[in-house]
Design a protein around this ligand. Sequence first.
Ligand code: MOS
Length: 736
Amino acid sequence: MGLFNTKNKAAGKPDGRVEGIAKVTGAGKYAAEYKVDNMCHAVFAGSTIAAGTIKSIYLDNAKQVEGVLDIITHLNKPAVPGFASETKLKETRFGLPLFHTDKVYFRNQPVAMVVADTLENATYAASLIEFTYQEDTPTVDFKKAHPSVPLKMQGKERGSLDAWSNAPQVVDQQYDIAAEVHNPMEMHATIAHWTADDKLVLYDKTQGVVNVQRTIAKIFEIPQENIEVFSEFVGGGFGSGLRVWTNGVGAVMAAKAVKRPVKLMLTRSQMFSLTGYRPAAWQRVKLGADNDGKFLGIHHQGKNGTSVFEPFQEGITSITRMVYNFDNLKAEQSIVPLNLGTPTWMRGPGDCTGAFAVECAIDELSYQLNMDPVALRLKNFAITHDPENKKPYSSNFIDECITKGAEMIDWKQRKQQPGALTEGDWKIGYGVAVGMWGAGRGNASAGITMEKDGTMTVKTAMTDIGTGTGTAMQNMTHTFTGMPKDKIKIALGHSTLPTAGSQGGSTGLSSISGAVSAVCDALKKQLADYAAAINPAYKDAKPADVLLSATGVSLKTDKNEFVSLADIWQKNNLTDISVKASSGPGAERQQYAFCCSTAHFVKVRVNTKTGKVKVERAICVADGGTIVNEKPAANQISGAIVGGIGMALMEEIHADEKLGNLVGNDLAGYHFAVNADAPIIEVAFINKPDPYVNPSGAKGLGEVGIIGCAPAIANAIYNATGKRLRDLPITPDKVL
Ligand code: MOS
């Protein structure tokens, strides 16, 4: 994995990542790695039942352990204002009233927290706490629980189901997806430190420092500006860092209680229960078409698991409304409470789940019609307009993605007849599916500080979770100003930097590119004003006319009018130049619909004796607008496909039905795709700028890479074997 093979020449030449050296040498600090004087450690003791009530807690043995500073339970907790009532808890949007209830909602729920001088002492003491419970029967099996939960209308019915009740071609099938976890390499951890003047400093593993500020401010009822959050380097997120979890709240409580800085790092197995997951889902898709393959209507039903204390609904049916022209559409959804932690957004949330059912159902229809599934999709894509709101798409190249992907995999080699290609014990099949995601954009700010030697630091509070945002910011700053890249430094992930939203929902680059463009203009304007004191040609110069270099500024005129930075600094008596600017979506959002898309093509081999599925080729053609930097962009997609292979073939969190505990909740026990399970992933980009999305023309790529990957694999397995498998993961036992 990790290699990319693209025939398109991207706008930005592939560069190494700005944070690459810091990350691989260990110089870049993750949340748990900061050193704070006098820091101690907090460790959670988790419930050993999955449902019930705490009856008694015996702390004496734990208290004897050397170095123990405090033990917090629901009986002695320092009251947290945001957990004082149901209403307040709802407002915090935190969900779990940590140590403010005697109720146990899921196994491994934090029910006590030991604070001690060392991690070892805290861990040992936590193991000595004894609880007695009044135990209830937990519900953890989604497949058993969901049939009794009724569906509700989701959005408006489009047209009418009656209109296609006599469709000559109908597919009506049910699809299941097991719950799966993000588990990024970096552990979820928080260091909390109250300063002498009652300010709170947090080093947190998060995808959004401003979200952490806001959430902690709400829970503890302290002014947001009194909280400073660092998340300068992030070792992966996949959505698990989009919320504040118990480690954040626990660390703040502990630091307050012992009046010392506290580090709280979850263990790997705690991360399986306490930092969200993609919930299990059930879907039913009823798809109607005429005999030529024109879609007449779709009825999409979906349910997903959630926790018993917090409703989390996936947007399972959203994608159904975007990709194809369905004149008639009905969507229904509901959620199924389970005695598990709360699920959360995980890469391609909702759409990834929905696309599995819809893209498999379309594949099933293609065999029923005896029609090429590429041709069937091309016939039904909604290219020009969003079929839901009828707005024109700002740009939509899903048709080009699928056409190019078909060429790359040499789709002609595929046989329409399943099971027709064999090599010894292996059956060979080809599969296709597509993905789509709304190309969103949020408000963001950026700043630039420029030194006399031309060094520019471009800053924003936005994090870079490994997506290459910082590298893209460097590329864009170079493009917008002309300054050589080695003079452009990047500062990210700190709440005192110019404010920006979380890196999530594939909005990071899209949002930040507007801010970078605006701040580059502000800098050029500022430099032109200073230069005007030396050379009047700069008076009233527009940012677009100004060009920077490592030594000075010039105008895009015949005469060039070069003014050196040294002169600018001297004449204006400067120490440095600092500018800031903000940018966000505008009226274009009312006028246009925005999307990014992918087409996935895979070739699989299925062993007829062992049931093993090998993904032999994986091709993804993506429309992400302008590709600002090809290398991290292709890394994004290839990483997503490794995740998609895991989703299709391996990943599944199991909860023991009687005890409610997760089985195999570590990186040895949880089966996920590694390099050996993935071929060299071939990624190509359409690389055409979106004219309206933002000044860079780049649309997000983070989510859409995984959407459509799992159904492409399932469809290829059918093409290889003639066995239609509708229950992920498709493990060998199901294949045989
Ligand atoms: Mo993404 S699931 O918004 O990190």
